[in-house]
Structures are given as structure tokens and as C-alpha cells.
Design a protein around this ligand. Structure first.
Ligand SMILES: O=C(O)CCC(=O)C(=O)O
Ligand SMILES: [Fe+2]
Length: 318
């Protein structure tokens, strides 16, 4: 069998000290030339949610809160610190050691994931309630075998933050993403109305990002924002992203209560969206080119909307 070419990890590239590989240099496209990668950007106003309030808004949530074991099940500052420390330790290891270390990581990660799970469930319900829908509509569509995939990101210091991007613009292929951005180093930016804004560092918080699948289920009412990550000349940056992914057998589509004559259905039914998503991401294709998830023949704006991760209002069909 033919062996796939093995690329060095970014960390290995840095360690080899062979200079910046040509393929990392980014041509700036997409009309954002007026906001260069390392230029100043305004700060994004991200609403913060007190999860205990969200929980106490439902009968079940109130019961959970009054339950003494809740403290052990909700994500605490200590849990977050543990994850940060683990991530730093992990990336400090040589490649072969990283593989051996996976067992330790597995246990801590499992605990963290289980705690996040409770948060996410309430979040799904809260979002349904906010749209006057029955609490479980999104959860049911998402399915019982939903997965939570965690990715550890590490962006080493980069000599050309003006030319090299940490993560290219994308919307997440999840229903939600729970993100633990670096505690000290900025870099995450969101696209809003065609302009980039930086996400501020807020200590002891998890950033909850709406993904493409929530956008589809809510028929475009909740948007999956496009975001990117910059590199930093002096400092390394880490982040931990947990993606909530539906059961692979589940069909995801706009929920019934959100489709009407006034708001026609905007998205096709998708299944195993994450696979489609990664295929397009790797090939540098837009999701629209790869899967055509909008209904009918999309207008130019709709294509733009979907390829950018759907952050702008999608115009309705006449
Ligand atoms: O590093 C970050 O802050 C964001 C990472 C991200 O967008 C992702 O992993 O999908
Ligand atoms: Fe992302």
C-alpha cells in the first residue's frame, strides 16, 4: 500500500528551525484586506450567561441545582485549571511521549466531558424555550448517541503573524462548541457584518459557540459565526474545543415549528454532517460546493452565507 506523505506537526516544524514553510503563507482574500492579520481590531461584545440561572429556569434544572452532588457535576474553576495544565503538559512532550500520555489525558478529559454534558443539555433546552418550542426538540433531533469530540489546539509563536494564520476562517461543524480559549494570549476573532472582532479574554469562563448544525435546526435563526485564530510573534497559545456532534444516524433539518410561509425552510436535511464538513475543510472547498445544504438553487448571497459559515442574514426566496 502506498504510504501517505507524513507532514511534520507545526511544533516539529518550529523545532527543526528550518524557517517558515511556503505553504503556511496566506494570501489574504475575501474582502478583508483592509483588516490585515496583525492589525488592530475592535473587541467583540459577547454576552455572558450565568449557568446557574439558566439551570434554575427549568423545574429539572432547579432540582439538579438543589441536588448536593451538583457541585461535583458542574464545571468548576478547578476543572478548567486542570484542563489548562494538562494541555500545557501535553504539548510540552515529544511526539512519541504524547501517545503514551493519552491514558492520563483520557481520564481527566472524560470527567470534564461528562460535566460539560450537563451544561449542554440545559443549553439545548434553553435555546428551544427561547424560540417558544418544546424543551426537547433540539435534543431529540441531536439524538441519544450524540458525541462530544475534544480538540486540543496549540499555536506556537510565529515569526510572521502578518502572513500566517493559526486557524483559517470557519464556522464550526458542530451543534455547539464549548471553547476554553487561552487564559493569557488573545488570538480568536469573529466575523460580524463583514468585519473582524477579537474575543476578549474572560477568566474562568467557557465560550459557547453556535455551530452550523444549530443554525440548520433553528432554520437560520441562530447563526454559526465565522471565526479565525491569529498567530502571535512571542507567545504560544493554547485552546481546548469540545464539539457537540449529533448521533451519526440522525437527520438534522430545520425543526417543524420554525418553518412557515413567512419563514420558508432554508436548509436541506443533512446526515453525518461532520464528515462532510471535514472533507470540505481539508480540500479547501466551501461546504456549499461540497454538499449543497441549502434548499433549491441558492442565490449568490446564500452561497456567500453558507461558505462563510453563515454569519449574515440569508435573504429569503421571493
Ligand atoms: O483556538 C481557538 O480559540 C479557536 C479554535 C477553533 O475555532 C476550533 O478549534 O474550531
Ligand atoms: Fe472553530
Amino acid at each position: 500500500m502506498e504510504e501517505k506523505p507524513k507532514f511534520k506537526t507545526v511544533q516539529e516544524v518550529v523545532a527543526a528551525n528550518e524557517g517558515l514553510p511556503e505553504r503556511y503563507l496566506q494570501p489574504l482574500t475575501g474582502g478583508h484586506e483592509e483588516q490585515p492579520l496583525n492589525g488592530p481590531v475592535p473587541e467583540m461584545d459577547i454576552p455572558s450567561i450565568d449557568l446557574s440561572l439558566l439551570l434554575s429556569s427549568s423545574e429539572e434544572g432547579r432540582q439538579e441545582l438543589s441536588d448536593e452532588s451538583w457541585n461535583y457535576r458542574s464545571v468548576s474553576r478547578r476543572d478548567l485549571d486542570k484542563i489548562y495544565k494538562l494541555t500545557k503538559q501535553f504539548f510540552a512532550l515529544p511526539t512519541e511521549e504524547k501517545q503514551k500520555y493519552a491514558g492520563d489525558i483520557g481520564k481527566t478529559l472524560h470527567e470534564y466531558t461528562m460535566k460539560q454534558h450537563a451544561v449542554i443539555e440545559q443549553f439545548f433546552k434553553g435555546m428551544a424555550r427561547s424560540l417558544d418550542l418544546e424543551d426537547n426538540v433540539f435534543l431529540e433531533m441531536h439524538g441519544d448517541n450524540a458525541r462530544m469530540d475534544t480538540r486540543f489546539n496549540m499555536y506556537p509563536p510565529c515569526p510572521r503573524p502578518d502572513m500566517v494564520i493559526g486557524a483559517k476562517p470557519h464556522g464550526d461543524g458542530s451543534a455547539f462548541t464549548l471553547l476554553l480559549p487561552d487564559k493569557d494570549v488573545e488570538g480568536l476573532q469573529f466575523l460580524k457584518d463583514g468585519k473582524w472582532y477579537k474575543a476578549p479574554i474572560v477568566p474562568d469562563t467557557i465560550l459557547i459557540n453556535v455551530g452550523d448544525l444549530m443554525e440548520i435546526m433553528s432554520n437560520g435563526i441562530y447563526k454559526s459565526p465565522v471565526h479565525r485564530v491569529l498567530t502571535n510573534r512571542e507567545k504560544e497559545r493554547i485552546s481546548v474545543a469540545t464539539f457537540c456532534v449529533p448521533s451519526p444516524d440522525k437527520e438534522i433539518q430545520p425543526v417543524e415549528g420554525l418553518v412557515s410561509d413567512a419563514r420558508p425552510r432554508l436548509y436541506k436535511t443533512v446526515k453525518k454532517y461532520v464528515e462532510l464538513y471535514f472533507d470540505s475543510y481539508q480540500q479547501g472547498l466551501t461546504l456549499q460546493e461540497n454538499s449543497g445544504i441549502l434548499t433549491d438553487i441558492p442565490t449568490e448571497n446564500e452561497i456567500l452565507g453558507i461558505s462563510r459559515g453563515i454569519s449574515e442574514d440569508i435573504p429569503r426566496k421571493p
